[in-house]
Design a protein around this ligand. Structure first.
Ligand code: FAD
Length: 416
């Protein structure tokens, strides 16, 4: 690199690859740098909801490849009670999802950005050069080489949940918002072509005591399943328990149809899930934060891939407009666009996860709520953010319906 690009994208996960793709599509000169080399490991359930599929289809992703495993719906367990629900029909989103290892997915989407005209460099770490709160330049560091300083007009910060780049620009996570912790591993299973992803809402330790947290099995279609466990900071006692213990308890009691062996294919790894757009500020004069770096994970279901694609696309469109109109102030509208797209939904989600953090409420929900198919089908629609435009506000209605159905004691009421 000898000349500075118009836009630098820091990080080659879903957020960065989507931003680079859409910037390149708009004819902008964009450089994406990823500090690791593809295929790189990422702690993830590898689950793509219909919303994520839609974003990938828009970028021209090939879902007909044999290593992509299609998913028709969710099988939800609360103890021994089980409910299978297909993905709902929707006017915009497909009625199917998919699983694909992140080690394959992310490099492929970065490849789509490259085909659209972006320059993609792997093994390059970006470090901000700041003067006060101003981002003045970026240092690009490669192993065994002298760093190079570039001065792009705009920077998209897509460096994931730890977001060291973002932190140096002054971004911080709101401590009063929920965040998640999760761990996953791969196990061999003769049932890896199952068409349903599966969740367990009631995990018990050896003594039969309820543990905070949830578990999942996502079939990968390649002879393995992705098994994981997660925890949200609103759950009572979350600080005293680590996700590996929840995973062990879950594995000890997995439904028989998975027939997983004792040993994982590789050692389980974990990570953080910053939720509900808890990180800010999200823009500066010449930078925008997307994906996990902005805390974009959906608190309802821990889904972050789609929201990284969506926020990357939104940021790219605004930067392309700022460049085309020579109006850097356009960037400041990013916050409003996020509020318009997600604020009402995330408000309900925050109240919901704080309510289910109470074990009594969670127990009632999992014993009573799961027995109502119509209620659970709405819950799935809301949790995966698959409401039709005219159903806006339905998230609140479903929350109120859950509240009534299970008479949530002490749940925070949503003001009309
Ligand atoms: C255990 C677990 C399970 C999960 N399961 C799911 C799931 O099934 N479905 C789902 O939708 N979401 C899931 N998530 C959330 C999802 O993984 C994230 O929300 C998603 O990866 C966010 O994408 P991103 O692009 O913002 O960040 P990342 O995917 O973390 O990508 C950031 C990239 O930036 C690179 N980078 C960092 N710093 C620099 C730097 N200075 N210079 C250059 N490169 C840099 C990193 O190497 C990385 O490749 C899960 C998370 C965890 C922890």
């Amino acid at each position: 690199m000898s000349e500075s690009p118009q836009v630098l994208v820091v990080g080659g996960g879903p957020g960065g690859a989507s931003a680079a793709f859409w910037l390149a599509q708009s004819g902008v000169d964009v450089l994406l740098v990823e500090k690791k080399h593809y295929p790189r490991e990422k702690a993830c359930g590898d689950g793509l909801t219909p919303r994520a599929v839609r974003q990938l289809v828009d970028m021209g992703f090939d879902f007909d490849r044999p290593d992509v495993h299609r998913i028709v719906g969710l099988r939800s367990y609360a103890g021994d009670v089980m409910l299978e629900m297909p993905w709902p029909e929707h006017s915009i989103y497909p009625n199917w999802g998919a699983t694909l290892r992140r080690s394959d997915l992310d490099g492929r989407v970065a490849g789509l950005a490259e085909s659209a005209g972006a320059t993609v460099l792997q093994g390059v770490e970006a470090v901000p050069v700041v003067d006060g709160s101003e981002l003045t330049a970026v240092e690009l560091r490669r192993e065994d080489e002298d760093p190079e300083v570039i001065r792009p007009d705009y920077v998209v910060v897509a460096d994931g949940s730890l977001s060291r780049f973002g932190r140096k620009l002054g971004t911080e996570r709101r401590r009063d918002y929920p965040f998640g912790l999760a761990v996953r591993g791969y196990w061999e299973s003769p049932n890896s072509t199952d068409g349903f992803i599966e969740s367990q809402l009631d995990i018990r330790d050896r003594q039969g005591r309820a543990m905070p947290g949830y578990g999942w099995v996502f079939p990968m279609g390649d002879g393995t399943v992705n098994v994981g466990a997660g925890l949200v900071s609103t759950f009572k006692g979350w600080k005293d328990i680590n996700t590996s213990r929840i995973l062990d308890a879950y594995l000890a009691d997995l439904p028989d149809h998975w027939q997983v062996g004792n040993d994982p294919v590789a050692r389980p790894i974990g990570g953080k899930l910053p939720m509900a757009f808890s990180v800010g500020p999200k823009t500066g004069r010449n930078w925008v934060v997307v994906g996990d770096a902005a805390g974009a994970v959906n608190p309802f279901n821990g889904e972050g891939i789609d929201y990284a694609y969506e926020t990357g696309r939104l940021a790219a469109n605004l930067i392309a407009e700022a460049i085309a109109t020579d109006e850097p102030a356009v960037l400041a509208t990013y916050d409003d666009a996020l509020v318009e797209a997600y604020a009402a939904y995330h408000r309900v989600a925050r109240i919901f996860v704080s309510a289910i953090g109470n074990p009594a409420i969670m127990r009632t929900l999992t014993t009573v709520g799961i027995r109502s198919r119509p209620l659970m089908e709405w819950v799935l629609k809301v949790m995966a953010n698959l409401l039709e435009p005219e159903e806006r506000g339905m998230a609140e209605k479903v929350y109120v319906a859950i509240e009534r159905a299970v008479e949530l004691p002490g749940a925070r009421r949503i003001k009309p």
